[in-house]
Design a protein around this ligand. Structure first.
Ligand code: XMP
Length: 325
């Protein structure tokens, strides 16, 4: 029978058998999956683990701070924070194709982990290299990246289809057979804080796949501002647990004419993509109350000067996916 306790016991044994007394790093994003994977590995091998939080410049407002406050405070895990935003934005400059973006981001994550691993070894004076990399890959990630039996490659999740071929680490993926609701149950059983366990999904490639068009610092700032408003209003309306997640997307290459005061504007649209789902394999668009949508729309168009239009995505999955890229 499936219980969170059984999964934990099995995975702890499997991790110990795989890792032995070698050193391990875990890419921590602050989301549910990587946090629960890290907590499992910490339970299995304790101080052999160091978590690495990569600021790739594609984060939402306030995310780096949250990881340090919530997760590290609760678990006492070893944490290394790396600011790699320059490196990621340089690598993404001018790239518009979604799969290319995903592959670049996957590759840069690994390069960053490799550099961080060398630093961890040097700083702590360990006599052994880091051999293992923990990833919070879930079953749906595997299937949709074409790893499941007979599955088509719908998109390359940054931690599955986006990995470079000359990967220097062996992967530890203790959540590879689990769905999100199972991961949450395992996280609660492990004592991961509720604020993390119930956090809405956010993709590893971050805002990089929520800008339709090339990614740059100015566009990221626009999207970050719009996203922070949408999140604040959905939270204030008490909708966080009703909605699976709400991607906020900037159509950076689209402009439309608007009017503000006495003047013409020629700005960009923001798309709101609130969805309800059980496991992200299928989804429906959320019927968010009109008053809440109205507040989000008027705040974004008032507070973010580059945006003059807010639109709602009313497509289920399939045929749409949850993210736009
Ligand atoms: P799609 O857009 O495929 O998204 O319907 C399904 C779920 O997966 C998340 N997602 C990702 N998560 N790395 C991740 O960690 C990725 O590359 C990635 N791509 C999509 C998406 O936010 C949704 O919850």
């Amino acid at each position: 029978t499936w219980t969170a306790g059984n999964v934990i016991a099995e995975q702890v044994a499997a991790i110990r058998a795989q890792v032995g007394d070698a050193r391990v790093i875990c890419g921590l994003s602050g989301g549910v999956d990587s946090s629960v994977a890290a907590a499992l590995v910490q339970k299995a091998v304790g101080d052999q683990l160091t978590c690495v939080f990569v600021d790739h410049g594609l984060l939402r407002a306030g995310e780096a701070e949250q990881v340090e406050q919530d997760f590290v405070a609760a678990t006492g895990v070893n944490l290394k924070v790396v600011d790699a935003s320059r490196q990621f934005l340089d690598a993404l400059a001018g790239v518009t194709d979604p799969e290319t973006k995903r592959k670049i981001i996957g590759r840069e994550f690994i390069r960053t982990f490799e550099a961080a691993a060398r630093e961890i070894v040097a700083e702590a004076g360990h006599d052994e290299e880091v051999r293992f990399l923990v990833q919070g890959t879930l079953y749906p990630d595997v299937v949709e990246s074409g790893g499941g039996e007979g599955a088509a490659n719908i998109k390359s999740h940054h931690n599955v289809g986006g990995l470079p071929e000359d990967l220097q680490f062996e992967l530890v993926e203790p959540l590879r057979t689990l769905f999100k609701d199972e991961v949450r149950a395992v996280g609660l059983e492990l004592g991961v804080p509720e604020a993390i366990v119930w956090r809405q999904p956010f993709p590893g490639p971050g805002l990089g796949i929520r800008i339709v068009g090339a990614v740059d610092a100015e566009r990221l700032a626009v999207l970050r501002a719009a996203d922070a408003i949408a999140r604040a209003e959905l939270t204030a309306a008490g909708l966080d647990r009703d909605i699976w997640q709400c991607p906020v997307v900037l159509l950076a290459d689209v402009r439309s004419v608007g009017v503000q005061g006495d003047g013409r504007t020629y700005g960009h649209p923001i798309v709101l993509r609130p969805v309800s789902s059980e496991d992200a394999m299928t989804a429906d668009w959320s019927r968010v109350p009109y008053e809440v949508l109205a507040r989000i729309s008027s705040r974004i168009t008032n507070e973010v000067p580059e945006v003059n239009r807010v639109v709602l995505d009313v497509t289920s999955k399939p045929p749409g996916t949850i993210e736009w890229e």
